[in-house]
Ligand binder design. Structure first.
Ligand code: AKG
Ligand code: FE2
Length: 293
């Protein structure tokens, strides 16, 4: 039985608790990685860009982006800003122009569902202490060659808040991620400072941040260079980012965000992501909830 099936060792858990992230090499076999990449290619092929959204975490604009909001319960494709020239003409072929696919492949797509609901992911969730883990959001991130956009420093709990906070990101490298092609960077231990701001959805479906972006020092970030098939666990309060990809090599990754769904954990109506139907838990351990109470 592989490392992933057994869950985390006490040393790995201690490292995760200290740093707020953990790299698990060889979490997923290359055949499964290939199947996910192939499937993403098919989704993009089938995508008819009549309505589209350029995804950027930079903008603070207050507008209703229906395509984005609806992607909470669907499979939507979002363009890279750099795929268009100043006049708005698409200058990259579709397969090299998509920033990401989101946000419900874990529910709707058989290939991504199989990975998200695998025994390996469930075992990992158990050792992280989840009692009723809810796969809530999934994204396929392309980091396209030459134009792959920057992801500015953020905490995932800003976007997927629960009270108390519980989100953990399961970030799977589908290609080798290096400093050259825009790997993740994180500030070790930053998760201990708590959640700094929230991204809120108002009753009229406009969205905004409830505070300014904190400033972080570049020198505090460490690169998380990982090989294809590696999983990176990201604590919801960990400050992380990724740089533009100016290299000729893409950096595909699939990321699943899991929330605690045990009694007493509230998912606010003010989160941008409102699912059309409740998330299906990976497992449900009410008896463990009582033990802990
Ligand atoms: O893949 C990236 O560049 C950023 C991903 C990220 O922020 C996440 O999965 O939470
Ligand atoms: Fe993130």
């Amino acid at each position: 039985m592989g490392l992933a099936m057994r869950g985390l060792s006490p040393e790995q858990l201690a490292q995760y608790e200290r740093d707020g992230f953990l790299v698990l090499p060889n979490f997923t076999a290359q055949e499964e990685v290939d199947a996910m990449r192939k499937r993403a290619g098919e989704i993009v092929d089938a995508f008819e860009p009549s309505t589209f959204t350029v995804f950027s975490t930079k903008g603070q604009e207050q507008h209703i982006d229906r395509y984005f909001l609806d992607s909470a319960g669907g499979v939507g494709c979002f363009f890279e800003e750099g795929a268009f020239d100043a006049e708005g003409r698409q200058i990259k072929p579709k397969a090299l122009a998509i920033n990401k696919i989101g946000h419900a492949m874990h529910d709707l797509d058989p290939v991504f569902h199989a990975w998200c609901y695998s025994e390996a992911v469930a075992a990992l969730s158990r050792s992280l202490g989840f009692r009723r883990p809810l796969p809530t959001q999934s994204m396929y991130i392309f980091k396209q060659p030459g134009i792959g956009g920057e992801v500015v420093p953020h905490q995932d709990s800003t976007f997927l808040y629960t009270s108390p906070p519980s989100v953990i990101g399961y970030w799977l490298a589908l290609e080798d991620a290096t400093k050259l092609n825009g790997c993740l960077w994180a500030i070790p231990g930053s998760h201990k400072a708590g959640v700094q701001r929230r991204f809120l959805r108002r009753p009229d479906d406009t969205t905004h941040f409830d505070g300014a972006a904190p400033t972080y020092s570049d020198a505090d970030f460490v690169p998380l260079e990982v090989a294809s098939g590696s999983l990176v666990l990201l604590h919801g309060a960990l400050v992380h980012r990724s740089e533009e990809n100016r290299s000729p090599r893409s950096r595909h990754a699939f990321t699943l965000h899991v929330l605690e769904g045990a009694p007493g954990i509230e998912y606010p109506a003010t989160n941008w992501l409102q699912r059309p139907a409740p998330a299906v838990p990976l497992y449900d351990e009410p008896e463990r909830a009582q033990e802990c109470a």
